[in-house]
Structure formats: structure tokens, C-alpha cells
Design a protein. Sequence first.
Length: 380
Amino acid sequence: MPDPENRLPEENSHDGGTFADAEAAAAELSTTDQPLGATGKPLNRRSPFLIGMAGAAGVAVIYALVQIIAGLQDVLVLIGLALFLAIGLEPAVAWLTRHRFPRWLAVTTVFVVGLLAIGGFLTAAIPVLVEQATQFVSKAPGYLHDAQNHNTALGQLNERFHLQQQLESLVSGPGIGSGLLGAGQAVFSALTNVLLLAVLTVYFLVDLPRIRAGGYRLIPHSRRPRAILIGDEIFTKVGGYVLGNLAISVIAGVLTLVWLLIFGVPYAALLAIAVAILDLIPVVGSVVGGVLVSLVALTVSLPVCLGTVGFFIGYRLVEDYVLVPRIIGGAVKVPALVTVVAVILGGALLGIVGALVAIPVAAALLLLVREVLYPHLDRT
């Protein structure tokens, strides 16, 4: 308890009296149970000062979050893609667990089968790619001669689009050293990202039931059952799309390889791999692959080029109206307009990764709009 004899000296009667009164009130306020006194009245939350401080703090927090997200964009995209792939592989793991596989064994089986498939593909493809790359180097002088001959198709393309000048400026430009160094860094970064993506996908796949349960626990108890039904339906859509899209891309690559081998188009294996990878991108992937292969087929003859164009047009129709409905089925039902807009927006925001995940994300949003937003609007 403060000692009245130890009070500060009074400078004048008014201030001294005020301080003395406060000191006396403090001595009366202090009790054995509450030596520092009882808490006072809460601050007025409607005070303009508190409202302004809360608003300023909110703006500062949002700005800091935006800066953090912008700085971690690449890492967040990698984590999101790994989670997307884990959800896509979940149907295969779930099928194995239903056949009495422990989850760790089911995940290991799916991962090992994937590694064996990729390893077998690379083992078969690398020798062919090396051989075709060697053939390209040996035939490069002939292509250069054709490019300078205005009577050939390649020469006419070179005359119109100045392909030779652009290639020479690219190869002999002043930044060729930095370009090669940048290419090496890009390859190393890509390999590192692929390794991290594989590791993150495995970890997400192992802990996906726990992640799923933890996510649903964040939803209020009264709405949790319906959230589980909607969330599981979204997982089903993503899984069906990922596995189906991979299967359709393999079909596209195999059919392209057969066509190119039949008509003797050079670099058949390399072009087939490019078509399979590009076909993973919805809407525009198969178109870009068809244009690329048709340009290479033009080096054989104009009829072969036109036939290749017709082949890709026919394959695109078969893919859209036969393969996609049968393989992906009703898992992802997205209108054509929404598909195109989603792919454009996804590609503009996140590049190739955004285009890859655009359709299942659009399907999930449409499901939420149909099951949550529309009923809420109908009731209001």
C-alpha cells in the first residue's frame, strides 16, 4: 500500500491536490484479493479512435499477407500442385485400400508403379531421341539450303517469316553466354522443382485422410455433414479429371507416333512426346501440338502436311466427343464457355499450372454455386 509520506512533492496546490486524491483513491482500491485493484470499464468500441485504429491495423495485416503471398508465390504454387496431384491419385490409393492394402503400402505401390512407368518410358525414349537429335544435326545443312531456296516450302516460309535471321540472332547474339547459363539454371531449377513436387505429393498422399478430417473440423458442427458430402464430391471430380487426362494424353501420344511412323515424318518419337505433354493442357494443348507436328510434316511433302492437319482435326473431334465422355465421364461437367474462360484465366494467372488445374477448379466452383449459393439466394 502506498505510503502517504513518500508522495511526490507538490508543485502547486491544484496539481498536488489532484495527484493526492488519485493516490488516496489507489490506496483504497487496493485490497488483499486484488492488490492491483479491479479492472475498469471496457473501452468504448464505438470510439472513432478505436475504429480508426482497427481499420488501420486491418489494412496493415492485409498488406503484409499480400506481400508474403507474393514473395512465396512459387512455393505456394508448388504446394498447391502437389496437393492437386495427391487428390488426383487418391482414387487409385483408395481402390487398393478397399482390397485390404494398408494405406502406406497402397501409397508405396502407386508411387513405385509411377516411377517404373516413367523409368520405362525414359529408357525406351532416350535412345530414340538421341538418334533423332543426331539425325537433325546431320541434316541441318540441308535444311539451311532449303531455307535459302525460294522454290521450296521451307524457303517460302523463311522468306515470309525470316526464320533464318531470327535463328542466327538467337544463336550468335551477344547474350549467348548468359543465355546458356540461364538455360542451365532453368534446367537445374526444373529438376529441383520436380523432385520437391514428387516428395510433397507423396507426403500429401500419405496424410490426405488426416488433412481431409482437419479441414472438415474447421467447419461448424451443424454444417459439417453437408460440407463432407460436397467436399468429397469435389475430391472425386479432381481425381477423375487427373487420371482421365493422363490416360487421354497417352492415347494422343501413341496415335500421333503411329501416324508419323506410317508416313515417315522425321523425329516421330520426339513429336509424339511433345503432343502427349501438350495434350495435358485443355483446349489449346492439342491445337499447339497439331500445328507443331504439321509444320514438321511439311518438310516431307505438302500432301503429308495436309493429311496430318486432317488427322489432328479428326482426333480432336474424337477426343472431345468420344474419349473425354467415356474416360472422364460425368466426373467433370463444365460447359464449353466456362471451360474456355477458365483455361484463359488460369493460364493468365499461373501459366501452364493454372491452365492444367483450371477445369477441375471451375467444376468445383460450379458445384459450390449450385449446391450452396443458389439455394441461399432462393431462400432470401
